[in-house]
Design a protein around this ligand. Structure first.
Ligand code: ADP
Ligand code: MG
Length: 327
């Protein structure tokens, strides 16, 4: 069985059940092979990184909220982000599409073009896939990439490391809130609405971190900071302490939270789909900045387990994994 550590959330219990009988990789003749399976953002073998992320209609995307182009773009970004989180560059993809039987020809063609354009502009070769049809749409991408060095892993956080996020966070969660509360037409928060529909990330950030010599733990923020911090801490066997005052909250998320009286933590701590990187390193914030790779220090890695946050009131609180879970 693979060695992996998942937080006790419904979705991860389910994954754990599927993986219970999986092949122990160590028992397979190695032939100098370096590989690892589930438990990270990507699996790795023979120098390749491989990930799969799916987008289900009415769960990940709603065509009354988003254009088909945005829905496709977001699905591609979610995959590229996993490759980036391991320090890699996405190079190839296999594409599965379940076509909703009610989609018009025009809609199907827009989706096909969006995938074609989306892969092409990133230099990703589409090497295969499958098409089926059913009552709801689904996009399923298997993305392959390569890292120019040791891949960054969730288990790489070391005591003494500084904990960083690669960018301000919380925009996507705020955008989702706007849709759920009928405020998505508010002209003052178009930035977070856009981020929710199709996040624009630095897709080469992971490669840049690796090139700078980062060798700590790394994960992308797909399910929310609280969940991903717990993933990192658990996988690395360490305790992580963060400071609320240091979190770079996206200005649009703050604007929305002030205007509508919502606790911004809902967006940056518990909201998902930021697709920015959460990583640890011994490199200083200043060195990152000097090298043109901005990083925001939010905390430190200690001996122990779990995640704590020094809140704005000066109290230390436990941060439980409570982001998005499908089950
Ligand atoms: P991410 O959010 O980075 O896409 P997840 O949190 O969804 O990753 O998944 C955690 C780990 O579990 C990953 O290594 C992933 O490959 C693995 N995993 C998820 N679903 C399944 C499944 N159905 N079968 C096997 N492994 C899975
Ligand atoms: Mg991920």
């Amino acid at each position: 069985m693979s060695s992996f550590h998942f937080p006790p959330l419904g979705e991860f219990n389910f994954i754990q059940k599927i993986l219970e009988g999986d092949l122990a990789m160590d028992e397979i003749p190695p032939q100098k092979r370096v590989w690892f399976g589930a438990g990270d953002d990507c699996a790795a073998f023979d120098g390749w990184l491989v990930t799969k992320d799916m987008s289900a209609e009415n769960s990940h995307f709603r065509l009354d909220w988003s254009s088909p182009e945005d829905a496709v773009e977001k699905c591609i970004v979610s995959n590229v982000s996993d490759i980036s989180a391991m320090g890699g560059k996405a190079t190839m993809a296999l594409l599965g599409i379940c076509v909703n039987k009610n989609w018009t020809k025009e809609l199907r063609e827009r989706i096909a073009k969006a995938f074609s354009d989306g892969f092409q502009k990133r230099g990703i070769a589409l090497i295969g896939g499958d098409i089926v049809s059913s009552n709801e749409g689904l996009f399923s991408i298997t993305m392959l990439g390569r890292a120019a060095g040791e891949p960054l892993r969730r288990s790489g956080a070391k005591v003494g490391d500084t904990v960083y996020v690669s960018s301000p966070i919380g925009a996507s969660g705020a955008g989702l809130w706007a849709f759920l509360h009928g405020k998505n037409q508010d002209a003052e928060i178009t930035d977070v609405v856009r981020e929710h529909l199709a996040p624009v990330i630095d897709e080469h950030r992971g490669e840049k971190l690796l090139a700078l010599g980062v060798s700590g733990g790394c994960i992308d923020l797909s399910d929310g900071l609280s969940s991903e911090l717990n993933h990192l801490a658990l996988s690395s066997g360490v305790k992580i302490q963060i400071e609320e005052a240091k979190i770079p909250v996206h200005p649009g998320a703050l604007r929305l939270s002030k205007k509508y009286g919502v606790d911004p933590r809902e967006f940056w701590l518990f909201g998902g789909e930021d697709y920015r990187l959460l990583f640890t390193s011994t490199i200083s914030e200043e060195t990152f900045r000097k090298n043109g790779v901005p990083a925001y220090a939010i905390g430190k890695v200690f001996e122990g387990s779990g995640v704590e946050m020094l809140n704005l009131q000066g109290k230390m609180e436990t941060v439980k994994a409570s982001g998005w879970s499908h089950l």
